[in-house]
Design a protein around this ligand. Structure first.
Ligand code: 26Q
Length: 822
């Protein structure tokens, strides 16, 4: 497709040229980083033509556009992915080989764009890939954090966070677009005036602070279709002429303050996953990128349309969780104060434009801003929220006369807080959960009252992942093999991967499948040797749990079980045991004590077990430092077992589970989130399911929890493991090191229930499921069938399917076909 532009000699010449103009060097003198830059600029140069052509075509077709608003885009690396989607990866690899350059080495020079925490941010990235691939006009709108997700170092077994200076060497794929800068205002007060001419109310913000928002655009390349969409992330800059003015007036202080405000706002991503922290700066970030994005959106719309009341015909806004929900009152403000619409007309437009996705039911993740903080920072926005709330409460009272309980439960403003989820639901025309089970829990538990009042808004959109990154790029051996058998249609239509099913019955193909898995395990073993200095045997079972560290995800259950296995092997050296490599990767939020203690525990157990010669290497434990998108690709490809062991009802969907499945790793998990649908697709005989159901968990919770003490005293092996947290076995005799973990399991502290996440309750069931894993793995025929069936049944879990459902049910977009830009 792009083969003309990637005519080898021409491409090689461009790379050489770039090295010369950028660094005044010959190619053989250039560092790998310099070659990365030179190659990336050569690639960007080609992308630009299609980028122009795409945007021109969208404008010509006057196509409806989705604005995907998200505080997080966990993009990972761009170079390899762009080459993949331009269908030029192999040609470029060859071209570089002829210059004695290894593309994989060059790819490793690129820092991950880690502008997100975990699932929610990576989902946004997968959605952008699918939107472009499916020919849909779309913008991703977010923040250009100066520092992304922190880099994790493990020192003495503890997590140490260091800043992620991802822009240090420059980002070759971004485009700064100064000319689209927007002013954003914070604080001050609102003066009310009647316009003498029109007689309309006017709201004038005074004594505010302001910053300029400068957009940086990143190309989002569709797979083999010449579509290039845009991820627009905003940087902040002080308003220079304003500072000068202040300086002239002797207000030097104010000028410096504005400079600082600008620096602060986009400085760093909040590294909390599934946890709300009511920090003023976070609200500033939210309003900053939302106001800028909406101003740009309206400006663009008005270029070609003159009736702002029909805005919703040409744009739709998807809010990625509540983080961008200030879009609701901000859109109202722009429509009323700037565009002169009445409240009713503005409300009509806003409620036809905004839609909301919920990603969690964890109460500690719900965004509730103190009114005091909110109204001071966003005085005009707060007035609008008050009016939205007033009208909504009026409606509730009308529909449920005398039922003040409903008002108390459903209002936006209550107990001196602004409840963002309520605002999103009230103003959104669509409210969706991210897996079937999650959506059902929303409808019948968490958001019951809203569901009863407005059932038509609620819908499910089960998450998905992009097979372009997580199979085609991350697992080239398997990708090529699949293409050899069933053709390459799966790359843009993953339902076709079901065509592998007939081959599952043929031992020859199962052997080949497992041979590829083995090679990927060798590749990972090499990475582990380089990064951890640990020798792992690629013939052992690679059992992988990689995800953010959170109590509800229960890494603690996994490591406690490993401690239990180790005790057993020590006690019965003769017992049969299939060698296992337990692999963890996880970042803990910087202030999350129990999460950090869990990381230390994993590393301490690893130290003891890995160095115990007496167990003959039957168990190895590896903690992958700095788990991120780029090394995740290696891990999924090499995994035998996918650990998805959250407390049922707590994991909204999970998306790592899908990446493992696609790469042929059966799920060991609870009936939670999208695991339920994975089992539905692959059959429960091809997964290892254990533990309480979500109903049972919710039942216990509604009745004050359960008592772990009985379990503790009635299961001596489990008791021994729990006691080992306190007896110094894994802490060189220090009895304090894991006391927070110990207490979380057993102590009935006044602040929270003991074992809130049902770890002891589910322990035996988990251990039995692990036994079944071992048994299944020993039977090569059976295991290879299970593994291959997982890949063959993963068709549903492509983000392409998810996006088509969003388009059909919520966004109502039309596909736009783009001629090549060359
Ligand atoms: C909120 C306020 C202040 C600071 C931070 C936050 C914050 C940040 C990130 C709250 C939540 C998040 C991230 C949530 C998240 O990643 N949720 C995951 O979303 C995935 C995609 O839908 C699901 O698959 C996961 O189950 C869900 O946990």
């Amino acid at each position: 497709m792009y083969s003309k532009r990637f005519e080898k000699e021409a491409f090689k010449a461009t790379v050489k040229d770039n090295v010369k103009t950028l660094y005044r060097k010959k190619i053989d003198e250039a560092t790998p980083q310099q070659i990365f830059q030179a190659v990336s600029y050569a690639v960007k140069d080609i992308i630009i033509d299609d980028w122009l052509a795409t945007q021109a075509e969208y404008r010509k077709k006057d196509a409806k556009t989705v604005y995907y608003m998200s505080m997080e885009f966990l993009m990972g690396r761009a170079l390899g992915n762009n080459l993949i989607n331009m269908t030029a990866y192999k040609e470029v690899k060859e071209a570089l080989e002829e210059m004695n350059i290894d593309l994989n080495v060059i790819e490793d020079e690129e820092p991950d764009a880690a502008l997100g925490n975990g699932g929610l941010g990576r989902l946004a990235a997968c959605f952008l890939d699918s939107l472009a691939t499916l020919n849909y006009p779309a913008y991703g709108c977010g923040i250009r954090y100066r520092y992304g997700m922190f880099k994790q170092k493990i020192e003495n077994g503890y997590q140490v966070e260091t800043p992620d200076d991802w822009l240090k060497e420059g980002n070759p794929f971004e485009l700064r677009r100064e000319e689209y800068a927007k002013e954003i205002r914070f604080g001050g007060s609102i003066r009310f005036e009647k316009d003498p001419v029109t007689g309309k109310d006017k709201f004038i913000q005074e004594n505010y602070e302001s910053v300029m928002a400068i957009p940086y655009d990143m190309p989002i390349v569709g797979y083999g279709n010449h579509v290039v969409n845009t991820l627009r992330i905003w940087d902040a800059q002080a308003i220079t002429n304003f500072s000068l003015e202040s300086f002239d007036r002797g207000d030097y202080h104010k000028a410096v303050e504005q400079e600082n405000l600008a620096k602060m706002i986009v400085d760093v991503l909040y590294p909390n996953d599934n946890h709300y922290a009511g920090k003023e700066l976070r609200l500033k970030q939210q309003y900053f990128f939302i106001s800028a994005s909406l101003q740009a959106m309206i400006e663009k719309y008005k270029k070609d349309h003159d009736d702002i009341k029909k805005l919703y015909e040409k744009v739709t806004i998807q809010m990625n969780d509540t983080h961008p929900t200030v879009a609701v009152p901000e859109l109202m403000r722009l429509l009323i104060d700037q565009e002169g619409l009445s409240w009713e007309d503005a409300w009509d437009v806003t409620t036809k434009t905004c839609a909301y996705t919920n990603h969690t039911i964890m109460s500690e993740a719900l965004e509730k801003w103190p009114i005091d903080l909110f109204s001071k920072l966003l005085p005009r926005i707060y007035q609008i929220v008050q009016e939205i709330d007033r009208r909504f409460v009026e409606q509730v009272r009308k529909q449920y006369p005398g039922n003040e309980e409903k008002v108390r439960k459903m209002a936006i403003l209550r107990d001196n807080q602004v409840r963002m989820a309520h605002m999103a639901i009230i103003a959104g025309f669509s409210v969706n959960g991210v897996a079937q089970l999650h959506t059902e829990i929303l409808k019948h538990q968490e958001l019951k009252d809203f569901y009863e009042m407005m059932p038509e808004k609620f819908n499910n959109k089960t998450n998905g992942i992009t097979q372009r990154r997580f199979l085609l790029h991350g697992n080239p051996l398997l990708a090529d093999w699949i293409t050899g058998l069933i053709g390459d249609g799966w790359i843009t239509d993953l339902s076709k991967i079901a065509n592998l099913k007939p081959y599952v019955n043929d031992e020859k193909f199962r052997k080949e499948f497992m041979q590829i898995k083995y090679q990927n395990k060798v590749r990972l073993a090499k990475y582990i040797k380089e990064h951890n200095g640990i020798d792992v045997d690629p013939r052992s079972i690679f059992d992988v749990q990689v995800k953010r560290l959170h109590e509800y995800k229960r890494q603690l259950l996994n490591i406690l079980h490993i401690m239990y296995l180790y005790n057993q092997i020590k006690e019965h050296p003769e017992m049969s045991f299939y060698p296992r490599t337990f692999i963890f990767g996880a970042k803990a939020a910087a202030g999350y004590l129990r999460a950090k203690e869990t990381i230390k525990l994993i590393n301490s157990v690893a130290d003891v077990v890995n160095n115990d010669r007496s167990i003959n290497g039957k168990i190895k434990i590896v903690f992958i430092e700095d788990y991120r998108v780029s090394n995740a690709e290696l891990l999924f490809a090499a995994a035998d077992v996918s650990e998805q062991i959250s407390t049922a009802s707590k994991e909204a969907s999970g998306t790592g589970n899908m990446k493992f499945m696609l790469n042929g790793a059966p799920t060991l998990g609870t009936m939670d989130g999208a695991n339920v649908e994975i089992v539905e697709e692959v059959g429960k005989e091809n997964a290892f399911i254990f533990g309480l159901s979500s109903e049972e968990v919710i039942n216990y919770e509604n009745n004050g929890g359960y008592n772990p003490i009985d379990i503790y005293f009635n299961d001596w092996e489990l008791k021994r493991v729990v006691d080992q947290l306190m007896d110094g076995t894994y802490s060189n005799g220090n009895h304090e090191m894991y006391k927070n973990l110990y207490n979380s399991l057993l102590n009935t502290q006044s602040t929270s229930r003991a074992d809130m996440y049902f770890i002891l309750k589910d322990f035996r069931s988990y251990a039995e499921a692990q036994k079944r894993v071992e048994e299944a793995y020993r039977d090569e025929q059976r295991w290879s069938r299970m593994a291959m069936l997982n890949t063959a049944c993963s068709g549903k879990f492509t983000s392409d399917r998810t996006i088509e459902e969003y388009v059909e049910d919520i966004w109502k977009l039309e596909k736009v076909y783009v001629p090549s830009g060359q």
